[in-house]
Design a protein around this ligand. Sequence first.
Ligand code: PLP
Length: 350
Amino acid sequence: MRPSTQAVHAGRPPHEPDQPLNTPITMASTYVAGGDLEYGRYANPTWTAFEDALGTLEGGRCLAFSSGLAAVATVLDLVGNGQKVVAPRHAYNGSVMQLADLEARERIKPHLVDVTDTDAVVAACEEASLVWLESPTNPAMEVADVPAIRKAAHDAGAYVVVDNTFATPMLQRPLEWDVDMVVHSATKYIAGHSDVLMGAIVTRDEELFGVLKGRRDLVGAIPGAFEAWLALRGLRTLPLRMEKAQANAQELVRRLRERADVAEVRYPGFGGMIGLVLPTGEKADFVQHATELWVYATSLGGVESTLERRRRWKTEAPTIPDGLIRLSVGIEDVEDIWEDLARALDASAR
Ligand SMILES: Cc1ncc(COP(=O)(O)O)c(C=O)c1O
């Protein structure tokens, strides 16, 4: 099956009389003992349906988590005490904060890199235990040479993980580059409707899958059944949503690049996320409040267009331009979101 078909059909009940087309929401803290499920922290049929679908799309076995950051924490927990972790300096701020927290407690030694400088990342892989990649990065929109870095990391004996939240398996399947794990904030494009928090880890490595599942069982960073159902319902339309968001983003990028009042438009050529850099933080602040259709909000990957100046967060990397607005382009009519954004930009000049 091709990806668009997988998104629709993977993780459904069998085509048998009286089976529902959609996996039901199983609200159960416990199951009659003696089978495979046992207890609600270990398994839930609604999670399994979601995991089958996302695992099929990424090409591995998937584990669902209560949030993207719960998935990130579970991966970082694989790193031994005092071991080195290579990661992008501009990875999602929450992931960088987790690294900083673990460093402050002397758990791990993070080594932050510019992921666009492949030689530097390859050099940094030496003696690493884990190489964290996010490509494109949030919100700098940098793209890493994953295959080259993967090779250097494996030569050093390190695990390689890619946070694939921005690209989604519709645009990039990192397991095909032989990385060990893919992480998602399923809160974003996978679920796609700004109504649920969820995370996921996908791997082809059975042993690693067992270790990660064991961590989830032990720590309990599990999603609710309703959340898994919502995320699965959202995932069914991921191909269509990504296609439309990407088409809208590409058109906005073309128009934004023609404007003299825009300092820089960061866009890797694919996906629905844009880094719109205005000359000053003040202008960016003005614009994020001046739109009517675009929602001033911190999340991304929903059907509705959202925007925020990233440096409004005090913990965001100081190397992110003060005037950078992260645009999450939705699936509205491109003319409406363009007119709204252009109006806000025009007003910022007055
Ligand atoms: C790239 C990326 N990874 C991970 C996360 C964390 O996910 P969650 O908010 O679902 O915990 C986010 C959230 O913004 C993200 O953008």
